[in-house]
Write a protein that binds this ligand. Sequence first.
Ligand code: AMP
Length: 501
Amino acid sequence: MSNHLYDRVFAPHEDNPKPFLIGETQTLSYAIFHEQVNKLAHALIASGLKTGDRVAVQAAKSNTQLALYVATVKAGGVYLPLNTSYTAHELEYFISNAQARLVVVDEKAKQAVTPIAEAQGANLLTLNADESGTLPTLAEQQAAQFEAVARGSEDLAAILYTSGTTGRSKGAQLCHRNLHSNTEVLRDFWQFKEDDVLLHMLPIYHTHGLFVACNLLAMVGGSMIFLPKFNADKALSFLPQATTMMGVPTFYTRLLNEERFTREASQHMRLFISGSAPLLAETHKSFAARTGKKILERYGMTETNMSTSNPYDGERIAGTVGVPLPGVELRIADAKTGKSVPDGEIGIIELKGDNVFTGYWQMPEKTKESFRDDGYFITGDMARIDEHGYIVIVGRDKDLIISGGLNVYPKEIESMVDELEGVTESAVIGVPHPDFGEAVVAVIVAADKTLNEESVMEFLANKIAKFKQPKAVFFVEALPRNTMGKVQKVTLRAEHKELFV
Ligand code: AMP
């Protein structure tokens, strides 16, 4: 038997002498990268890794960390990347929940994590931001050849914990087939080829930066300008070498804030892709006006990999996430029954296909609740199909506001508020209200400092029904966002929860 994911995604270029990872100070060829992968694979096995074991990794983004992901897959393990901002207390949950066999952390976290690893009977290794540590040292002493451990299409390749906005974070199990099939689909849909150079400034503990970007470029034999994090200066200085870029919406708004980001600076670029959070239609339009190029927005989630995308050749429509990718079955369903709603009506996005994960790690109940009897996964994202047949996301089901028994979709109000001259962006939330159950509250970032609650209310007065109009309006300097650019509505709701009670 072969190693399903490794053979299809990584093996084809393992001896390629061309650059794979281009950094600020060094460039790594595919061949050297794979030598590192092989040595790390030996080191993992020497440290006790058995086929199917989980390798939990919290480390700064580096070439070695990427090689560690590939090495884990090649050695038959299950890769478990962890957000670098998690505290030791949080790590304890992930390490014990996943029953990790190996734990790899930065030297700085070693003291705090040692008792956690010991309690779990896991071995602890270190990998630091400068790529030193006990793991690379052990790898150095290993052979440069490694025969991939046999793994089938249904075997697990990775577990990624969801950000867990409600309750405990859940481990999304991704099998070899899930990751491989999605990479192949994206390669064809976005037309990635060997001569592509991707500007990579995303974190690699998340599906976007790790699987969408790295699996794809590795499979086609392209190169990545692989930088620790987003920085507008760095983006502008490396852009001339790139052909494509993947980012969260904030990358694009920050680029637009730079006067140096001009039509000339981006003219050579084949493709700009955005995802992980909604790209404001306004950003899409400003970007097109500035560069003459339309950002391609796609939609996915940890559990489903990428599910929909605006087309490469056809019309890319601002404010939409495009159409289902090949092989993805998608329906907009009634939350209660799971039956498709009529076209144009709002429902929950439900999905089926090789891209959809195999369930939550050791949570059979949660897994069962998340799938319909006919196998569709209930994403929790609310959407409708527009007149072009494109999907428009209107929010998460948990963001839905029920005021006086009536449904209010935050996105509808946000889009309207954003149309008001001087408004940069907005977030609409529901907060507890003694009469209405929930009251609509708008939190606004405005460039025009003369705007106030009254001017916003006046603007909305004749546009939307009374029950949808905010009962309070707040102005802030910036909306709270996580590293993937997602607005943290949980934080906003917590801040305003006592407004009316
Ligand atoms: P994660 O699992 O961290 O990738 O988060 C997945 C969630 O991000 C989805 O369920 C959506 O709510 C949101 N998301 C991803 N891409 C988009 C997009 N293009 N537009 C709106 N929301 C998105």
